[in-house]
Design a protein around this ligand. Structure first.
Ligand code: FE2
Length: 219
């Protein structure tokens, strides 16, 4: 197996595998599967139930040992993005980035800049001293070192996209302009086919190997 693609997460962690199922009609895990089935033209691919043990709805709670975890749906970057809040720690997935980097892009299929703004505002609705841990950091032109932690207060004050009370319409304009300049990430179309199977490679073909299907002229 190519080590660049993750082995099934279920066997790695020994625990259940869960993903977001939005209470709203516009964004649950099944809709994500349906969206990508269409894009890949694979009508029977990505069945949700065999690969995911539990689908979370907005506001669900779960326990990790003694920790109480609150689930928030945070769509905008994708249809099913999820934020977990554990005590004063917010795991914000791809919504906010570090204050000096801004926010996640909103132009992938199922993404929406206005929805992302609303999701970010719901995250920033927590107390100022709550810590925010983000999903990606690429540094900036002024910062080489990776960073991953900030606070609600720092984000509200300094985030270059949403800080200082930037209104939604201005944010949406800025986000869309910036997204036009961003290339499709390397290997995204392959990696998604593993992600949508809960970490499994595609079913092996007759020769025992798995293959990805890549649209040649759709993106
Ligand atoms: Fe992402």
């Amino acid at each position: 197996m190519d080590p660049r693609y993750a082995p099934p997460r279920r066997s790695l962690h020994g625990g259940g595998l869960a993903e977001g199922e939005n209470g709203r009609a516009d964004g649950d895990r099944r809709e994500i599967a349906a969206l990508w089935r269409k894009i890949y033209n694979m009508p029977d691919a990505f069945p949700v139930d065999p690969d995911f043990d539990r689908l979370f709805a907005d506001g669900d709670r779960l326990r990790i040992g003694n920790l109480d975890v609150k689930v928030m749906l945070s769509p905008g970057h994708t249809l099913g993005s999820i934020t977990y809040v554990v005590g004063d720690a917010i795991f914000a997935h791809d919504t906010l980035m570090q204050p000096d980097a801004g926010t996640a892009r909103a132009d992938f299929p199922g993404g929406d800049a206005g929805q992302l703004y609303d999701s970010i505002m719901a995250i920033l609705d927590h107390p100022d001293d709550y810590r925010i841990f983000i999903g990606h950091d690429y540094g900036t032109k002024d910062r080489d070192e990776p960073a991953w932690e900030s606070t609600v207060g720092e984000q509200k004050a300094n985030n270059i996209h949403v800080g200082g009370g930037r209104p939604k319409d201005e944010y949406v304009r800025l986000r869309k302009e910036r997204d036009k300049t961003l290339p499709l990430p390397d290997r995204m179309l392959a990696a998604l086919q593993v992600n949508l199977r809960g970490g499994r490679l595609p079913e092996p073909e007759g020769d025992g190997h798995s293959y990805f299907k890549i649209p040649a002229n759709k993106f």
